[in-house]
Write a protein that binds this ligand. Structure first.
Ligand SMILES: [Zn+2]
Length: 232
């Protein structure tokens, strides 16, 4: 074996692992050579869209964009296909949206910002190596500075009946009983001057957002806005 053999083999292994870690196709449109292309990035930089959920949510709801095309593909890639690198992409989008909403006056001025991820089933989140929405929220909060924090306060009990086939109203009440607090909210979240934002991946009927804001309200936490990565 020549001297360069082992070193070259190591380089090849490293390159293969690198390819696995950051797939070089755009998570939105599949374009090769980049994990998130400029066209998809432009789309994510669009102003937040206001949503009109079918189920009444006790806070205004916003989306980074419409749940179709590249944005839908990217949300599914993040959630279902292990594209954890897209948490950074969406985290940057979320931070930008929160700053825009604050500039518009659609988020109250506050001294602190608490970002609460919508509930996931704890077992599912563990299995998939952590909840992607929480990962997105952490990136956003990291960009927004020390007065912002992620508070994973919500989980579903895991005994929720399968809500497929239920109407929006039945789905909402099915969920409402199933959402639980992982711990009592810290005083800083219930204090005046804290802006509270609930974050989720997708909003379709609004059932999850409605049940989450109601559960938080019962614990003394008023949600100022719901922001999702993509909305119907
Ligand atoms: Zn793209």
């Amino acid at each position: 074996m020549g001297l360069g053999g082992p070193a070259r083999a190591l380089r090849e292994v490293a390159a293969a692992v690198g390819d696995l870690a950051v797939p070089l196709v755009c998570g939105g449109c599949g374009r090769p050579g980049t994990s998130w292309c400029r066209a998809c990035a432009d789309r994510l930089r669009d102003a937040p869209r206001v949503l009109a959920p079918r189920v009444e949510v006790d806070a205004p709801a916003w989306a980074l964009g419409r749940y179709d095309g590249p944005l839908r593909a990217a949300v599914l890639a993040l959630k279902e296909h292990g594209r954890r690198d897209l948490a950074r992409t969406f985290g940057e989008g979320l931070a930008g949206a929160l700053m825009t909403l604050a500039q518009w006056g659609d988020l109250p001025a506050g001294r602190r910002l608490a970002v609460i991820p919508a509930p996931t089933r704890r077992s599912a989140a563990r299995r998939r190596g952590g909840d992607p929405v929480t990962a997105v929220a952490r990136v956003a909060v990291g960009l927004l500075g020390p007065r912002a924090a992620v508070l994973p306060l919500l989980a579903t009990a895991g005994l929720t009946r399968d809500s497929a086939g239920l109407g929006a109203g039945a789905r909402a009440s099915n969920l409402a009983g199933a959402i639980e607090l992982t711990r009592p909210p810290p005083d800083a979240v219930t204090a005046a001057g804290t802006v509270v934002v609930l974050v989720d991946d997708v909003l379709t009927t609004g059932a999850t957002a409605a049940a989450s804001t109601r559960r938080l309200a019962r614990a003394g936490v008023g949600v100022d806005a719901v922001v999702v990565l993509a909305g119907a």
